[in-house]
Ligand binder design. Structure first.
Ligand code: SF4
Length: 197
């Protein structure tokens, strides 16, 4: 159990049990390949920040992955040793400590869904992934609920599909009217608060 609301680098795997499918997918990709594209790294870093990761833990988290070779690319151009300054600057920037000193908020579902990500890496799995690729990200979901989710997905109601998944898996909290400003952080917070009941 976490003792405080601070998310430590070493606790991200256990916290990921409460991640929405979009962030779980990025997390799994990062653990597997040790790299994310720029946009995905940006979205995932901001999400971790907004669920309570302090800046020093963020630096530790990204360093631990970017020190490793990306699978299959042993002479890749990006690595922590070579680009440490750039990576740390990028993280400090997101925390509002560099450049325009704006504390960037994490992105909402509409933004994530508006980026077309039918490639393998990311976006909102309810929108970008086909059924077979989406299902492994939906743990503990019964077949009837999966069918309902798939129906919402086929109608383009991706956020509603996600909220149905969350309500089924984690919480009965009513979220009928929040699809317009739903965010991965809200998903996480609702999931965490349910698990503490
Ligand atoms: Fe993530 Fe939002 Fe898609 Fe859910 S609806 S998977 S929180 S982008």
């Amino acid at each position: 159990k976490q003792m405080s609301n601070k998310l430590l680098s070493k606790d991200v795997d256990s916290a990921s049990l409460h991640f929405p499918p979009c962030m779980l997918n990025l997390h799994q990709n990062l653990r597997r390949r040790h790299r994310l594209s720029h946009t995905q790294r940006f979205h995932y870093s901001l999400f971790l920040k907004d669920i309570g990761m302090p800046i020093e833990e963020s630096i530790e988290f990204w360093r631990s992955e970017y020190r490793l070779h990306p699978n299959g690319h042993h002479s890749c151009c990006h690595n922590w040793e070579k680009d440490e300054k750039k990576y740390i600057y990028g993280i400090r920037h997101m925390y509002g400590l560099e450049g325009c000193k704006r504390n960037y908020p994490s992105v909402n579902c509409q933004v994530i869904q508006s980026i077309d990500n039918s490639n393998s890496e990311g976006g909102c799995p309810f929108k970008s992934f086909d059924y077979d690729k989406m299902v492994p990200l939906l743990k503990n979901c019964s077949q009837p609920v999966l069918s309902q989710i798939n129906e919402l997905k086929s109608k383009g109601l991706y956020t509603n599909a996600c909220m149905l998944f969350m309500q089924n898996g984690f919480t009965k909290e009513n979220c009928d009217n929040c699809s317009f400003n739903f965010t991965p952080v809200k998903f996480y917070n609702m999931s965490i608060s349910k698990s503490k009941d």
